[in-house]
Design a protein around this ligand. Structure first.
Ligand code: ZN
Length: 144
């Protein structure tokens, strides 16, 4: 099943991308703005602000990229935007290790799917069923 192999590599690439973005976000800020909020990368996190980032920002830029030394934030955080800048709304910080772990778990899941599709092996656990006459996997009890 090449589909699972592709999904496995896609998940691994995504995990690598998350790690790269997390590392980059400790050296740079990147933000995309819209009228209703912004999304960006900051201190190893995806940062989302729902609402106005600043009361003064009547015409926010569409995007911003600047050099900034940001300490890594390891815990998810939800804070009112007013404590960060004069504005209303909510800031949500999600550390990128969380989606990285999800992507790695997906890669592992798809890796197992590719492994167990080998002919002559149990579909569920991958046990070698060569010479098996019962039609049931002796390892996990799945019908061969
Ligand atoms: Zn089995």
């Amino acid at each position: 099943m090449t589909r699972y192999r592709k999904l496995k590599w896609l998940s691994l690439i995504l995990a690598g991308l998350f790690v790269a973005v997390a590392l980059a976000s400790t050296q740079y800020d990147f933000y995309l703005f819209s009228q209703s909020g912004m999304v960006g990368f900051y201190g190893g996190c995806i940062m989302v602000i729902a609402g106005r980032p600043s009361a003064n920002a009547s015409l926010p830029p569409i995007w911003s990229f600047r050099r900034a030394r940001n300490a890594i934030l390891w815990h998810p955080k939800v804070i009112p935007a007013g404590s960060f800048s004069p504005g209303t709304g909510t800031i949500v910080l999600v550390p990128l290790w969380i989606p990285t772990l999800v992507a790695l778990a997906a890669a592992w899941f798809f890796h197992r799917k590719t492994r167990v599709s080998i002919a002559g092996h149990c579909k569920k656990c991958g046990y070698n069923l060569a010479g098996n006459t019962s039609g049931v996997c002796p390892e996990c009890g799945t019908k061969a």
